[in-house]
Each structure stands twice: as structure tokens, then as C-alpha cells.
Design a protein around this ligand. Sequence first.
Ligand code: NAD
Length: 491
Amino acid sequence: MHQFISGQSQTGTSGRKLDIVDPSTGAVVETVTLASAADVDLAVAAARAAFPAWSTTTPGERSAVLSRFARLLEEQAEDYALAESRQTGKPLRLAREFDIPGTIDNADFFAGAARSLEGKATAEYSPDHTSSIRREPIGVIGSISPWNYPLQMAAWKILPAIAAGNTIVLKPAEITPLTTLMFARTLQQAGLPDGVVNIIVGDGPEAGAALMRHPEVDMVSFTGSTSVGRTVLEAASTNSKRVHLELGGKAPFVVFEDADLEAAAHGAVAGSLINTGQDCTAATRAIVHHSVYEEFVTKVAELYRGIRVGAPADEETDIGPMVSYAHRDRVASIVDRARGYATVVTGGVIPGGDLAAGAFYTPTLIIDAAPDSDIVRNEVFGPVLTVLPFATDDDAIALANDTPYGLAASAWTRDVYRSLRASREIKAGCVWINDHIPIISEMPHGGVKESGFGKDMSAYSFDEYTQIKHVMFDITGIAHKDWHRTIYRLR
Ligand code: NAD
């Protein structure tokens, strides 16, 4: 029963099944029945049917559901952490201290934000009319989320959409659907009416594509790779849907010569290895002034060698396995190709022994790669950091921007002017100064360039999930309006 449609758990009708695998052991956690395009039709119809009532609830009513939901999430936090860790392999510590509290905070934020949505003041911009602006929900949202933070990505899509009065059909990545299904059930317990949130568990080419091109879907919001994002954009063009895309990243991590090197080295380790490097904002390209380059590489290599790769439930584990064997092998093959043109300082190993059964990979530090090489330019999405040296501040900024992506970046410096220049000139949706990774519910997340467009989280996300309507009232009461004479003469 792995489809959640109109408040009911249902079986997918594609005739295909998929094992959800714990990538730390290879054990099957659950087997899901995948959705067909017909299941997508049912889910979209449920969302369409629920829209009139949900979109006319008051902000206070929507807020109350989200507040109850946040409290239920708190009560169920441990179940969520265990399920999230099991389906992704992420350390339980990360799930408990980052994924779950972050999601609860998001729910609390949108419970409050739902009540502060407003249009602009009503006013007269012509002497004969009063204009007002209405901010309205868009309708049925079709969303697709990735596997790296399944719960948080579902929250980032669902919460602003329903807080603004939309209804939604969300398709999580098929290999990690469990916490998204739990999320929908917890919303139901919190009093969300049936049909407002529907979950389709299916693969991309069948269920995902059907959702993106569905004529009854008014907007698509997609988080995933840049290549699939392009197909989503094309599908959405068939009936001119509104589109919100959160795509890949290749974040630069710029270390100027005056930086606190101890802080930068530790920041690079945490920023590149979070979630085993499977984070769209992860530090992937360290760009380091040549005067501190050797010291930086030595420090990061030393810290990388001390990282404990291990079982997700072990409190001593720093990083768990990658999400799947296929993804681990893909990352390993990218690193193996890079050995032909770059130097692997440490890592690049598939561990054996106790870890042989899982999709593990060791933290990998790479130097001597050319700025235009595959490993530096393209998204690897694993525990891999490259380091490039630079000579001048101009070079540093140019290297930071030498990528098709623009999701996130950081600059490390104690010079206020350098930090201001970096924050202004690096093209990315977020620039951290002397840190890398932290996110907060009140501030937007989203990219520029080929990292997509539109914002998740924060009040800015309502710009995606609402539309503006101009209402113009005649205030003269005159039947024969003066401007009519430009069209016809009164007889
Ligand atoms: P992916 O693009 O392979 O898959 C993402 C989702 O799209 C999955 O649910 C998948 O089933 C679906 N999909 C695949 N083919 C499809 C198709 N033809 N039509 C419709 N849907 C389809 O990405 P992934 O491997 O799951 O996730 C990793 C990628 O996501 C990385 O590129 C990462 O940078 C990106 N990501 C971006 C953000 C962000 O906020 N910008 C956040 C997390 C992940």
C-alpha cells in the first residue's frame, strides 16, 4: 500500500515492484508497488476535488493544521529518524539532529507564515477606479523530490504549497519514499482534509513524467538533477504550467590568504562530507590562495583520514554509506577516471571488511585537476572535494564562477572588503562567509544559472505558490464612461 491518494493507502497499478534497500547492509527494508500513469490521474483528480474547500479555508485554519502537525512530528521524531536513516543510509545522528528538527522547524515556520500572507494596499491609480491586489493559491501542484534528504525535500515542497491554500501531488524519489508517506499520514492525523496532499510512489519516466505533463496540474515544482530538470521544463511547457526548479550544484569554497585556516579546513570537511557529500549545496571545489594551499591540503587530508565511515546506527560513525550501490559505483568511476589527470591525496577507496556489504566510499581529496576537467566541472554528488590554487582575488572570483551551476558558495576571509566583494560577485543563490551549509527556515534556498530558479523555504517561497490578481473597481457609477469614446461614438 504505497500510494496515498485522497487519504487512503492504495497499491500502485504499474504491475512493478521495487525493493527499498538499506544501503549500509543491502537488507530489504520494504517492497513497494510502483504507480502507473493511471494512479497519477487518480491522485491529481483527488487534489483537484479537494482544492475548492481547502483554498477557501482561512489562513488561521491552515495554520492550526500545520501547528498540530509540528507537535505530532515531535512526538514521532524517533520513528521518522529511524526510517530516514534506514532508507538512505544516513547516520542516525544526522537524521536526529538535522533532518527531523529541521522539518519540525519548517512546519512551525509555515504555520506562522500562513497567517501573514497578504496582498498590497487597495488604492486609486486612476481617478475613476480603486485597484486591489489579491494573492491567491495556484491550484493543483505537481511536485517531484530527490533521495538525498527525502523528508526535508518533501517538507520544502508540501508545506508552503498547502500553507498558501494549494493542493498537491508529490512523487518522492522511488528509492526513498518511506518518510514522505509517513509525512502524509501525520498530516492526516493533524486534521488535513483528504485529497489536499497525495503521494505517488513511482519511477521518473512513468509516474514522474505523467505528473509533470498532466493537464490538470497547474504548477510543477521539481528538485533533482539539472538533466531531469530540463525534461520537466519541456513537459511543463505543454500547457504553460508555472515551474519551480531546484537543480544541481557545484559549490565553490574560496579560501583567501588571510582566512582562519583552522576554521576553513574544518569547514571544508563538514561542508563537503555532510550527508556523505550527497548535498546539492556541499562544498565541492575548494579554491585556495597559493600561499596557504599546501597547509590547507595537508590539514583537510589529515581530517579526512580521521573520519569514521561506518554503520548509520553507530554513534561513532561520521559518514554512512552512499544512498545506493549504483550511485556509489558511479562516484567511484568518476574518481577512477580522474586518477588519469589528477592526484588523489586520500580516499577513493571502496572499503572491505565489515563495510563490504554496504555502499560505502571513503572521503576523497583530489588535487592537480585542471579547472575545466570533469571532476572539477561536473556534479559528483559524493564525499569528494577538489582543491585548486589561485593567485589573485580576481582569479578566485573567476574560478568560483567558472561553472554552469549557481546554487551555493562560501568565502573564507577576515577582510571585510573581500567578504563584501565575494558576496556580491559570486553568482549563487546563497553565499556563506566563514561557514558553509547552515540553512534556516526564515531564509530562502534556491539557485541561479543551471541550478534552477525559484525559492524553497521562507516567505519568498509564497512567490512560487501564489499568484497575484489585480481587481479594478469602477468608483464613478457612470454608465457612459468617458474612455468609451475611444472605441465608439455615443449615439
Ligand atoms: P534525479 O533528477 O535523478 O531524480 C529526482 C527525481 O526526479 C526523482 O524523484 C526521480 O524519480 C524523478 N525523475 C527522474 N526522471 C524523471 C522524468 N523523466 N520525469 C519526471 N521525473 C523524473 O535526481 P536524484 O539523483 O534523485 O537527486 C540528486 C540530484 O538532485 C542532484 O543533482 C542534486 O544536486 C539535486 N538536488 C538539488 C537540490 C536543490 O535544492 N537544488 C536539493 C537536493 C538535490
